[in-house]
Design a protein around this ligand. Structure first.
Ligand SMILES: Cc1cc2nc3c(=O)[nH]c(=O)nc-3n(C[C@H](O)[C@H](O)[C@H](O)COP(=O)(O)O)c2cc1C
Ligand code: SF4
Length: 373
């Protein structure tokens, strides 16, 4: 019944056992708990886990690929996920927050004068001046670091890497933040240069590595997403990224607006429907023959199978649905789809948990605790 969904696919050079991918998701959990959550998601039958926000430079938030402790953690994570027969991909990212600029808000956050909701627009306001003023020597150091980080990730056992096309790649891509007048600003070709150089740095060092690109799309009319690539500029960006070495595209809405736009609740005015970002996949598919992964509000097995079978997408990535029920793929494969805990896209304990620094959880965990007590 779910023939396409359960069938293997060549995803940019990597064979996946089925079409379901755990979308990059920063969990904000202590390391041991994170390992257990990743084990559960891998054991639930998805084909690959994308580990969100792996920093490309030695310093950055989260475990570092460059420190002994960080490398040990990633190696353990890789072994845990592989042990369950699941592939693993590192989402390589560079933050576009100006660390020095952020410091001035620390007292306000610590004393509670600035809430998390108030902090985000303050940080977003710094992105433009930071990106526009970044010296070329620093830019080249960062783009090269994508190559070094990929080498390290592969040495630790990761099967592929994803270049995070939001964050710094996304803000360089966007006229909202990038007001440079040199080779990295102005035309769409120039604004693509940062991302192209980041991808090229990986391709130069690792000629055979599958490279996924999280393509963050900005929509006008109505306006959603600030970093990333305008729909009308996709015909420039997609071929350039492909020529640089991208082997697959993970397509979604661009960030730097409200987090509830890229992680939309069911009552979102524009993106409340299942498969809310698949229209961007359609636009990308017209520009490339590389495999495309859709994401955003994918929860219903029948709906997902229909999109895959129609060739609209090659893979379906899910974040919240696999948080709500890691066994979704296995239940679908074994004819138990009716027992799936359906993500209701309430954002209460996943995004809500992350924003409140409690870590990412789900409303179903309470139900399960009750059932087991
Ligand atoms: C708690 C949480 C953390 C996330 N962290 C990341 C991240 O680190 N990197 C990223 O690219 N996307 C991140 N996302 C976005 C997801 O990858 C995905 O695009 C989004 O949640 C929509 O998919 P869904 O409807 O299946 O949840 C996160 C989403 C959630 C809910
Ligand atoms: S808390 Fe709500 S939105 Fe988040 S994973 Fe659970 S059901 Fe889905």
């Amino acid at each position: 019944m779910y023939e396409t969904l359960c069938s293997p696919v060549n995803y940019g050079g990597l064979t996946l056992k089925n079409r379901i991918i755990f979308a990059p998701t920063s969990m904000g959990l202590p390391r041991q708990e994170l390992l257990e959550r990743m084990r559960a998601i891998a054991a639930g039958g998805c084909a690959m886990i994308i580990v969100g926000d792996v920093p490309v430079l030695p310093h950055g938030f989260g475990p570092s690929l460059y420190s002994r402790k960080g490398a040990e953690f990633y190696r353990q994570l890789v072994e845990t996920v592989h042990g369950e027969g699941c592939k693993i991909c590192a989402q390589l990212h560079q933050s576009d927050s100006d660390l020095k600029g952020m410091l001035r808000y620390v007292p306000g956050v610590l004393t509670g004068r600035i809430s998390q909701a108030e902090l985000r627009p303050l940080l977003n306001a710094q992105v433009g001046p930071y990106i526009t003023g970044l010296p070329e020597t620093k830019i080249q150091k960062i783009t090269e670091a994508f190559g070094t980080a990929a080498e390290r990730a592969v040495a630790l056992g990761f099967d592929m890497v994803q270049v995070h096309g939001d964050r710094m790649c996304g803000s360089f891509s966007s006229t909202v933040f990038n007001h440079r007048t040199d080779a990295y600003g102005g035309s769409a070709e120039n604004r693509a240069r940062f991302a192209v150089e980041a991808v090229s740095a990986i391709r130069r060092r690792l000629p055979d590595l599958p490279i996924d690109y999280k393509l963050a799309v900005r929509q006008e009319d109505p306006h959603y997403g600030n970093a990333g690539v305008l729909e009308s500029e996709l015909p420039v960006f997609v071929p350039l990224l492909e020529q640089a070495g991208v082997t697959s595209f993970h397509v979604t809405l661009a960030n730097h607006g409200d987090l509830g736009d890229t992680i939309p609740p069911k009552n979102h005015p524009a993106f409340g429907a299942q498969g809310c970002f698949l229209k961007f996949c359609d636009e990308v598919r017209a520009l490339t023959t590389k495999p495309i992964c859709g994401v955003g509000g994918l929860t219903d097995p029948d709906f997902v199978e229909a999109q895959l079978a129609a060739g609209r997408i090659h893979c379906a990535a899910m974040s919240r649905q696999l948080i709500a029920d890691p066994a979704w793929p296995e239940k679908v494969r074994t004819g138990q789809a009716d027992t799936i805990h359906r993500c209701v896209r309430c954002n209460k304990e996943c995004l809500g948990g992350m924003m409140a620094h409690r870590g990412v959880h789900c409303i179903y965990e309470k139900t399960e605790r009750k059932e087991h007590s």
